[in-house]
Design a binder for this molecule. Structure first.
Ligand code: ADP
Length: 618
């Protein structure tokens, strides 16, 4: 292998990379521009190197040989300066992307540094040309020596030190930005410089520079990789924006719940008064409008929680029969006096106790039943439950069929996208947000279930769900069954309501006082603790969780530390998402009420804790 072999080989692969690089679409960033310069300089350097090596071997004493060899040294140095600038830039850069953000620096700073580099290079370049250079040759190989060569080697050495300092001081951020390969380039360049120093006739330096340029392409500067990186950054930014939106929606829904609590609470209380008939009707309208509003808020809360990955499936033991019965009565109420026959089929083979998220199972089926009731004017709605049992798994197959307006074929693929509503000219009077089916699909995915739709436009639709639930080998579920509420049993009972919101306190008092309950209000966890410490006795404490300074959970854990504290505590929260009950029970609460407080739920809780309990198997 003669001295030119390395050069020919290097020229070939640098030429190839140059060709490929220019053939690709690139991002216009500073380091890309430097890299293009590196490629071009390296290519020219390779050609000049070949000429100077050829002349050096054949005609070492000719002035043209001397000129070409000096020219080669200057271009090699230009590459070294360029690479130094490249390392300087990548190790100072804070962020990658089209809009480059620099660590405490702006583009002007980098321009200034560039001119320093250019100035230094020009001075060293002139010195190389001015200083004497000698060429040694034995007819087969050659090398150069003398002050000119020493100047170029010394400058390269100084640049190597600058590379090392830049990389060393920014090692961590370079690792994060996947610039790790640059470290090995420094070692490669250093090693080849040492080898060249020990065996000058090998002429390794230019080939090493080419090799580094090519490796940079494969590891860092590959335009495809850069594009993918850009896309990843764009995706991360979009994800962040989406999360911010979900967070905003979730906060908004939470905020809306508080005033809604007042509307629902006061109208429920008003309904009990001796009002004229028209007023009762209007109060009922307020209640129905607020429950629609609540449904919308809950939908937004659900979808934003699901999208933020914060909605968890909370599995507990439950009775599916109970869920089914609730679904039937809710649907009957929803159908109201429409001319619709509600058919039901229940497979008695469904095991009495299952393990799953009953709230979410109920929610998905209820969404389908509500839609069926909404989009059917007359005819029938059929709810069918069947089951396939294998080992300890019960596959629930639940179908909801209707003879309603049906869905056009072309709309079926969009059915589960959020905010999609179809046939608006027909449905304009039907309330809806287009969130129900999107939530249903996402919940089914979370529960690893399946949902299938069949529909004939103008004839009707059929939605079928398949959900696997674990079978609990029990004959029945132990549960507290509340006897019908007898408000007289609450007479003279004393309840402490803790909430930082004055309006919420007023609502609770308004709902509890007509039942003969003695209500005391405090507006913070601290005040609640104070009351207990003073020795006040209560039959029940309703404790809001989201309070400033001391949350309900923190207040409760303090209360539990007070000697002989045995008062049952109920958590109050506007965060009505699944898993909340379990969260509060685990935190030590006896039960949980979501805001807006539903009168029936409140009555259930009161009966459970203020009157004699009775445990029954259902
Ligand atoms: P919403 O009912 O609040 O509009 P959904 O996500 O529940 O939102 O449903 C999306 C759309 O799918 C509805 O607007 C309606 O056009 C159509 N759709 C859903 N269920 C039925 C059904 N049972 N019959 C006819 N169309 C339906």
């Amino acid at each position: 292998m003669n001295s030119l072999s390395f050069q020919i080989l290097s020229l070939f692969y640098v030429g190839l990379i140059l060709f490929v690089y220019f053939g690709k679409k690139k991002l216009d960033t500073l380091e890309n521009r430097i890299y293009v310069s590196l490629l071009i300089i390296n290519f020219i350097n390779q050609i000049v190197d070949m000429i100077s090596v050829y002349l050096g071997i054949k005609e070492p004493t000719l002035p043209i040989t001397n000129f070409f060899t000096k020219f080669y040294l200057v271009i090699l140095l230009l590459w070294v300066f360029c690479f130094t600038y490249y390392i300087f830039v990548i190790s100072s850069k804070k962020n990658m992307g089209n809009t480059v953000i620099w660590k405490n620096k702006n583009m002007g700073y980098f321009k200034k540094v560039f001119f320093y580099f250019l100035g230094t290079f020009s001075i060293v370049g002139i010195l190389i040309f001015l200083f004497p250079l000698h060429v040694w040759s034995d007819g087969k190989s050659m090398y150069t020596y003398g002050p000119s060569a020493i100047t170029s080697y010394a400058t390269t050495f100084i640049c190597l030190i600058i590379w090392t300092i830049c990389l060393w001081t920014n090692a961590k951020s370079l690792k994060d930005k996947k610039y790790l390969p640059v470290f090995s380039f420094v070692i490669l360049a250093g090693t080849s410089a040492v080898i060249q120093g020990l065996f000058p006739q090998i002429l390794l330096v230019t080939s090493a520079a080419s090799f580094i340029t090519v490796l940079t392409y494969f590891t860092i500067e590959n335009p495809d990789m850069k594009m993918i990186e850009q896309l990843n950054i764009a995706r991360d930014q979009a994800d962040k924006a989406n999360n911010a939106k979900s967070e905003f929606l979730s906060n908004m829904s939470h905020e809306i719940r508080t005033p809604l609590n007042a509307i629902v609470g006061f109208s429920q209380a008003l309904k009990e008064e001796n009002l004229p008939e028209e007023a009762i009707e209007e109060v009922e309208d307020i209640i129905s409008a607020s429950s629609s509003l609540l449904e919308i808020v809950n939908g937004i809360l659900d979808i934003s929680k699901i999208e933020a990955g914060k909605l968890e499936i909370v599995n507990t033991e439950y009775s599916f029969k109970k869920v089914y019965n609730e679904l039937v009565s809710l649907t009957k109420a929803r159908i109201g006096d429409k001319q619709i026959e509600f058919r039901t089929h229940y497979d008695e083979l469904v095991p009495p106790v299952l393990y799953g998220d009953h709230t979410r199972v109920k929610q998905v089926v209820l969404n389908l039943l509500t839609n069926a009731a909404k989009y059917t004017k007359e005819g029938y709605i059929e709810l069918k439950v069947s089951t396939v049992i294998k080992n300890d798994i019960c596959r629930l197959i639940i179908s909801v069929e209707d003879s309603g307006i049906g869905i056009k074929n072309e709309n079926i693929s969009q059915l589960f996208s959020k905010f999609e509503r179809f046939d608006l000219e027909k449905n304009i009077t039907i309330e809806g947000t287009g969130l129900g089916l999107a939530i249903t699909k996402k919940l089914m995915d979370l529960m690893k279930g399946k949902i299938v739709v069949q529909s004939v436009y103008g004839k009707g639709s059929k939605f079928t769900l398949a959900i696997d639930q674990k079978i609990v080998p029990k004959d029945a579920l132990e549960e507290i069954v509340v006897e019908s509420v007898d408000s007289t049993s609450f007479q003279n009972k004393k309840i402490l309501v803790v909430d930082d919101n004055k309006l919420n306190l007023k609502v609770a008092t308004r709902l509890l006082t007509p039942l003969g309950i003695n209500v005391e209000e405090v507006d913070s966890g601290f005040a609640c603790i104070e009351k207990i410490k003073e020795g006040n006795k209560y039959d029940l404490i309703l404790l809001d969780d989201m309070m400033p300074k001391m949350s309900g959970i923190e207040t409760l854990s303090y209360l539990k530390g007070i000697e002989n504290f045995k008062i049952p505590c109920i958590a109050l929260t506007a965060n009505a998402i699944s898993g909340m009950r379990e969260k509060y029970i685990n935190a030590g609460f006896d039960d949980y009420l979501s805001k807006p407080i539903d009168k029936n739920e409140l009555n259930n809780v009161l009966s459970k804790f203020l009157s004699t309990e009775e445990k029954t198997m259902v």
